[in-house]
Design a protein around this ligand. Structure first.
Ligand code: CMP
Length: 143
């Protein structure tokens, strides 16, 4: 079954939006198969966002994402990678449609509440950055 990586960013956690965000995915029908609250190290942040390392906002992004706890989760279900991206909405909350998570809950591109994997390759890579096999429900090692 398809899996994706979703993370409530420090602004979402500190604003108390974690349960609302998780609830949206659960109500849609996706299953939570892994979750943890963590404070990202600078190393992990730089690795996660390495595709943006030449961008002018890279240092701001790393400083922000390591500024407080994040809630990392793995969701499972049919078509979850693309559908979670739709539910999350455009990167810039000003362009995100009402009804999407960013459209409803965020204002700024730099503090846009949530991250979700953008492709099957990113999902595999990002899940493995945050979770060991035995931390995911349904994996043989976790039984
Ligand atoms: P995310 O989906 O986590 O992937 C990369 C992040 O970089 C993105 O969400 C934004 O939060 C952030 N980002 C993209 N563009 C900018 C920008 N111009 N200024 C600050 N942050 C940005």
């Amino acid at each position: 079954m398809e899996r994706t990586f979703v993370m409530v960013k420090p602004d979402g956690v500190s604003r108390g939006l974690t349960s609302e965000i998780l609830s949206r995915f659960e109500k849609k029908g996706y299953s939570l198969v892994g979750a943890k609250l963590l404070q990202m190290s600078e190393d992990l942040a730089q690795t996660h966002y390495e595709e943006h390392k030449e961008r002018p906002f890279f240092n701001t992004l790393v400083a922000f994402i390591t500024s407080g706890p994040v809630f990392a989760m793995v969701l499972e279900g049919e078509g979850v990678i693309a559908e979670a991206r739709k539910m999350i909405g455009a990167t810039d909350p000003k362009e995100a449609v009402p009804g999407s998570i960013r459209g409803d809950l965020a204002i700024k591109k730099s503090e846009n509440v949530i991250h979700g994997s953008d492709s099957p390759e990113s999902a595999v890579r990002e899940i493995s950055l945050y979770f060991n096999e035995d931390e995911l429900i349904g994996n043989k090692a976790a039984q």
